[in-house]
Design a protein around this ligand. Structure first.
Ligand code: GAL
Length: 824
């Protein structure tokens, strides 16, 4: 059967490759990607289709296009598409073809990173767990024929699907680039001699699929021709491709970072992101992809890890809900417009550089009839006054000024003229308390009787259970008598774990749970005092995964679950006596009674739901309620504060794992204002320590119906659902900001008007949105009155930061700006 599907695809692809209707020729030279012979300067943005919904795609893609983005990049998620071997799923938000066609409908290009290993903070890096469990596979991503056959099969399947729909540019479609593997170069030394052969094979295999557009291999210094090696990172200005005929491409320009349970919120400043991007184009880059442009949500069990949270907001230009993350979105949009206006110059111009000393560099691009300049200041503390061709330019520290005509500064990365949005969660006025019913997950057969589905005489890795659930029960029975050497009044159960959470029971009694508190360390030892009874004792361990590891050398082989040993520790006098249970007969059962292997709910309407007193702080409990969707079209968020850890479904659709009781313990949060100057990494500028890692969960509007909706929670740790409520996300304040002679714009989201102005000033304004203060020099005229008159009652307004309007101000060389805070 599988074979015949494959043959059909092959025949189709042969037929289709003959059809070159509207074909676009994508190639490259040492300078740029060329499309129909023209060198292009391309801005791309990552949007992963399964991290939003079909209904959200057009809006996200349109916003990207409006933001000056030319191409949308996505990975292809193998384990989502082939959850069981040769059983494919391309439905709903896995409809890759529709996603690419939506990109095409918007007149944009697509970059398809097939991988099929993707990393991406996605469960197991996108590898299906059945692949790991196939006979003949020891390690993935190396020259193992079983693995290579599967990888080729999936890659070819995706390529053929695209060809069938004419989606490659060579067929008139939007896909201009494709990727095989992902950052293998970062880890390849650990695969020994086989690594080089594997890279060569990947390249050959990809090339043999004849897609008619170039293939890329990111972070792969030794990428064999014709693969293009590309750069990923916070900064890629120093990157040089391994071949003079390949252009300088940046496939992952990290706009922020991901978050783990127990971690704080990563935040990358707009100024630094713009600086990194502008630097890249200054020094010859011609293709830049933002990773992520929209991060989105890890629905279901798709979050990788371990410990990647459900939100994949990423501090990207479009936030998790699809709203503008301002000023990041707007400041980059301005940058894109300036760069696009210089496309010809940057892709054809002769380049010369003038080193002005103290990390200041002037770069001039010149063609016969035009020239464009970059003035960069890589100094982390001192601003520079650059004298260039008779004029003086103020270039703040760690910034790049762009002069499209080498005369007038059109853009500076550190001078943000875009408004800042502060979003608020709003409950509806008439919000009613939710009424709950509940039922326990019936675990008696497991924790009292130890009834499993499979029995073996060893501890197994949780991956063996093919990832059909987060939960794997390990059960054994142990006969202990009073004359046993370990028998004492001080007996303990000790379990070595590499899973993320462990619960233990002895004879049906709960002993407690434990999880690795330092995120990033996977191994921990669980030890509890136990009262055994003489005779047979039932020991049940529940190992819980919170996303399988997705990155690192040979990450796929990392053990998960109860790795062992499992021991009973007794005492004879002062001597410890240990009984190792690891090689006993262990029974196994994967999952919970009410969730199937696709993470779909069963027994939703069972008669077991109870409406008597709602238990709280009770582990392994189901809660169900109904609710009305919040009015309007604003994105909806579910507040789960009060709950412990578990999983949530709205109208049967999973909105992901929740764990609001996990508090961000990270001590990195800075108290002083975050300084954009100097090299960024994900430990800099973090926020929100000491509060739940994630208490808000995105409920896409398309999951909701008019009338009654149903919310079901599986509470694993024990919690209290009485505070759970639905809210909408709105722009609360919009803060406009514009430097002298630029226009300050303020806008609320479409359909909402500015209702008040809280602050306005022109001068060296201090503070940030919501905490602005007048500076040492400020306007003469009534700034508040002027802004009120221009803005109140309007959806958007624009006011020039003009001395004539606000009264002349002498700020003695300090940067003057017009700033206002509006209420939406
Ligand atoms: C890269 C990887 C991406 C993503 C990113 C961090 O190394 O290629 O898939 O994991 O790191 O968000």
């Amino acid at each position: 059967m599988a074979c015949s599907i494959f043959t059909t695809f092959l025949l189709l692809s042969v037929f289709l490759s003959a059809c070159t209707c509207n074909a676009t020729k994508v190639y490259h030279d040492g300078r740029a990607i060329t499309i129909d012979g023209q060198r292009r300067l391309l801005i791309s943005g990552s949007i992963h289709y399964p991290r939003s919904t079909l209904e959200m795609w057009p809006d996200l893609i349109k916003k990207a296009k409006d933001g000056g983005v030319d191409a949308i990049e996505t990975y292809v998620f193998w384990n989502a598409h082939e959850p069981f071997r040769r059983h494919y799923d391309f439905s709903g938000n896995l409809d890759l073809i529709s996603f690419i066609k939506t990109i095409q409908d918007h007149g944009m290009y697509a970059v398809l990173r097939i991988g099929p290993y993707v990393c991406a903070e996605w469960n197991y890096g996108g590898f299906p767990l059945w692949l790991h469990n196939m006979r003949g596979i020891d390690i993935l991503r190396t020259t193992n024929t079983v693995y290579m056959n599967e990888m080729q099969n999936f890659t070819a399947l995706i390529v053929d699907m695209m060809k069938q729909e004419n989606l490659f540019a060579s067929q008139g479609g939007p896909i201009i680039l494709a990727q095989v593997e992902n950052e293998y170069g970062n880890v390849m030394t650990s695969y020994g001699d086989a690594a080089k052969a594997y890279v060569d094979w990947c390249a050959k295999m990809a090339d043999s699929l004849h897609i008619g557009v170039p293939w890329i291999m990111c972070q792969q210094e030794n990428a064999p021709q014709p693969m293009i090696n590309t750069c990923n990172g916070w900064y890629c200005d120093q990157f040089t491709p391994n071949n003079p005929n390949t252009p300088k491409l940046w496939t992952e320009n990290w706009t922020g970072w991901f978050k783990k349970w127990g971690g704080s919120d990563p935040y990358r400043t707009t100024e630094d992101l713009a600086y990194a991007t502008a630097r890249f184009f200054q020094v010859g880059g011609t293709f830049n992809n933002y990773y992520m442009y929209h991060g989105g949500t890890n629905f279901g069990r798709s979050a990788g890890g371990p410990y990647i949270i459900t939100s994949y907001d990423y501090d990207a230009p479009l936030d998790e809900y699809g709203n503008f993350n301002q000023p990041k979105y707007g400041h980059l949009k301005e940058l894109h417009a300036v760069l696009h206006s210089m496309e010809k110059l940057l892709t054809h111009g002769n380049v010369s550089n003038i080193d002005m000393g103290n990390s200041v560099l002037v770069t001039i691009y010149k063609t016969t009839n035009a020239s464009g300049c970059f003035l960069s200041n890589a100094n982390t503390t001192s601003d520079a006054n650059v004298r260039f061709e008779g004029a003086l330019y103020h270039v703040p520290a760690w910034s790049v000024s762009i002069l499209p005509d080498c005369k007038n500064e059109a853009y500076n990365t550190a001078k943000v003229n875009t408004e800042t949005w502060v979003k608020e969660n709003k409950a509806e006025n008439e919000a009613v308390a939710l009424k709950w019913v509940w039922r326990p997950e019936n675990i008696d057969d497991i924790v009292v009787k130890g009834k499993g589905d499979k029995t073996v005489c060893k501890l197994i890795d949780q991956k063996v259970a093919n990832d059909v659930s987060d939960y794997l029960w390990y059960m054994t029975s142990v006969n202990i008598n009073e004359n046993d050497p370990i028998w004492s009044h001080d007996m303990r159960l000790r379990v070595n774990c590499t899973g993320q959470v462990l619960h233990a029971f002895v004879n049906g009694d709960y002993l407690g749970k434990q999880y690795a508190t330092e995120y990033g360390t996977f191994h921990y030892v669980y030890e509890r005092k136990v009262k055994f009874k003489p005779g047979f004792n039932q020991i049940t361990l529940l190992s819980v995964t919170v996303g399988f590891q997705n990155y690192g050398p040979k990450f796929d082989a990392t053990t998960n679950g109860v790795s062992g040993p499992v021991e009973i520790i007794g005492k004879k006098g002062n001597e410890r006596v240990i009984k190792d249970l690891s090689l006993q007969k262990w029974s196994y059962k994967a999952g919970l009674n009410s969730i199937d292997r696709y993470n779909k709910l069963l027994n939703v309407n069972s008669s077991e739901w109870r409406s008597d007193t709602l238990p709280t702080q009770q582990k392994f409990t189901w809660y169900k309620t109904t609710f009305k969707a919040p009015l309007g079209r604003d994105p909806v968020s579910l507040d789960l504060e009060g709950l412990g850890k578990g999983h949530a479904w709205v109208n049967g659709k999973s909105i992901g794992r929740y764990w609001p009781s996990n508090i961000a313990h990270d001590s990195n949060c800075t108290v002083k204002p975050c300084d954009y100057r100097g090299k960024y990494d994900n430990t800099k500028c973090v926020r929100n320590c000491g509060i739940p890692t994630q208490k808000w969960y995105h409920v896409p509007r398309s999951f909701l119906v008019d009338g009654e909706n149903e919310l079901i929670l599986f509470e694993e740790f024990g919690g209290n659902p009485s505070l759970v409520n639905f809210q909408t996300i709105k722009v609360g304040s919009a803060c406009g900001n514009a430097y002298e002679n630029r226009t300050m714009e303020i806008s609320c989201i479409p359909g909402r008007n500015i209702s008040a102005i809280r602050f306005a000033s022109y001068g060296d304004v201090q503070g940030t949105c919501r905490s602005f203060q007048k500076g040492t020099c400020h306007e003469k005229n009534d700034a508040l009155g002027i802004i009120k008159k221009n803005c109140i009652g309007k959806e958007k307004c624009a006011v020039l930061a003009d001395e004539a309007l606000f009264g002349s101000v002498n700020c003695q060389g300090l940067k003057k700006r017009l700033v206002a805070e509006a209420v939406c």
